[in-house]
Design a protein around this ligand. Structure first.
Ligand code: HEM
Length: 427
């Protein structure tokens, strides 16, 4: 004990099971900054009275007692134990505790971002489980899928959940994107939420594209053959095709590349952009549609923690129920092993979320048509990602019906063209 009094650092770093009452501060003595930040009166900081004057800029955390309002908190409480150690993050937690979500008649659209996140988490967990048994080689990939599906206990369930959750994640991301578009949530200062979100959608579609080939079945093989051919007509397209395939044709090299992208490159990029997206969600808060505040259409505000997040949890439970139902009642087939030497079977088409682009390419089958379709799509995507910067009216909190019209046209194009593929090919 005597040792601790001699060495204030040692004393400070030792969790204090018994907090000694501090002598009252002398009248007129300057207040310690920690006294201002004291955590709801639970824990009182110790002024670093006897700490020797420090040279330089950096001071170890235990010396900066005044920054740590949880310094002498009762360490038997797990939360406090962590708060004491991560004390510099306390302002962030305090900020999150204050975050509120506006309540109005369109509030339910706010659940779709969380649902996208939920299905992404399912993808990470089930993907890791599949990774234990999968092997990305031409000889083994298909057999491994059959093995997972038929031999591994609950392997069928994990595979089906992974396949269905991928589709639901894409669907939720689309719903989330269009709902934020029509509510003009992208307007100032949320431009980067829109941009990072759009990148996340492209990465999500990338997951779908690269994952499709992994079972190495006939359908996936020929769909990838067609899909990777698309850039060929564009300038420099040959290079992109080769980069994607790893050789002239879809083969063993392509499978390894798709696998590397699916399990390393894309997850890494998603993590990066998702962190930015979710940080912005927390920093900037949730927007409300233009004019709602002025028109008195906001019924109130609810706390993000714990009210909104609890409702998010209910949406996740419903999503989970739907996922398990689909996985059990409508299992995806494994098909037959890919044979690169055989002719492509009839009716080869990509996954449903590429159907609109697929149909457009089919419609543009005239001389130079495919290139024109690619140009239309590229320009469309650039305009779409730049919408927050072009829609100046929305950023001035004014209604922008022209952009609403643009969104309706894009949505109508996607639904009609997707449906046309369905009518021709079926599900
Ligand atoms: C992996 C995909 C994505 C995930 C996990 C995700 C997640 C989220 C979450 C959890 C929120 C907060 C709750 C909400 O408002 O729904 C949010 C908000 C938002 N997201 Fe996403 N998002 C994704 C993709 C997108 C896409 C594709 C866009 C648009 C291109 C987008 C644009 C936005 C915007 C503008 C907001 C702010 C909404 C507001 O403040 O009203 N996100 N996102």
């Amino acid at each position: 004990m005597a040792e601790e009094h001699k060495n204030p650092q040692a004393a400070a770093s030792k969790p204090s099971a018994a907090v000694k009452p501090k002598p009252p501060a002398a009248k007129g003595a300057p207040k310690s900054p920690a006294a201002k930040t004291g955590a709801s009166g639970k824990a009182k900081p110790v002024p670093a009275k006897s700490a020797p004057p420090q040279k330089g800029v950096y001071k170890p955390a235990e010396v900066r007692a005044e920054l740590n309002p949880f310094k002498d908190s009762k360490t038997s409480v797990v939360g406090n134990w962590f708060q004491e150690r991560f004390s510099l993050l306390n302002p962030i937690f305090e900020y999150l505790g204050k975050k509120e979500v506006p309540q109005h008649r369109l509030s339910y659209w706010y659940y779709f971002g969380g649902l996208t996140l939920f299905f992404f988490s399912i993808q990470v967990i089930t993907g890791l489980l599949l990774l234990i048994y999968y092997r990305p080689t031409e000889a083994e990939a298909f057999a491994r899928f059959v093995y997972i599906q038929t031999e591994i206990p609950y392997g069928w369930l994990i595979r089906q959940v992974h396949a269905w959750s991928a589709n639901l994640m894409v669907l939720m991301a689309f719903i989330h994107m269009f709902s934020t578009f029509f509510m003009k949530s992208y307007r100032k200062p949320r431009e980067l939420m829109w941009v990072t979100g759009f990148v996340l959608l492209v990465l999500t579609l990338g997951f779908g594209f690269t994952g499709y080939l992994l079972p190495w079945n006939e359908l996936a093989y020929f769909a990838t053959q067609i899909g990777t051919e698309v850039p060929k007509v564009a300038p420099g397209g040959d290079f992109i095709v080769k980069l994607l395939r790893g050789s002239e044709e879809v083969g063993a090299e392509t499978l390894t590349r798709m696998f590397a992208m699916h399990v390393v490159l894309l997850p890494g990029l998603v993590l990066l952009f998702l962190t930015a997206h979710l940080m912005l969600v927390q920093i900037l808060g949730t927007s409300s549609p233009i004019g709602y505040k002025e028109a008195g259409l906001i019924k109130g505000y609810e706390k993000f923690f714990p009210d909104f997040i609890a409702k998010d949890g209910i949406a996740w439970l419903l999503g989970f129920g739907l996922l398990i139902y689909l996985a059990v009642v409508f299992p995806w087939e494994i098909g037959v092993k890919a044979d690169p030497l055989s002719a492509a079977p009839d009716g080869i088409k990509p996954e449903w979320y590429f159907w609109a682009q697929f149909q457009l390419l089919k419609d543009f089958k005239f001389e130079g048509g495919e290139l024109l379709a690619i140009i239309i799509f590229t320009i469309g995507a650039i305009v779409w990602i730049l919408v927050p910067f072009i829609d100046r009216k929305a950023s001035r909190e004014e209604r922008s019906p022209l952009f609403t019209m643009f969104g309706i046209l894009v949505l109508a194009f996607m639904i009609v063209f997707t449906f046309r593929v369905y009518l021709e090919y079926g599900w």
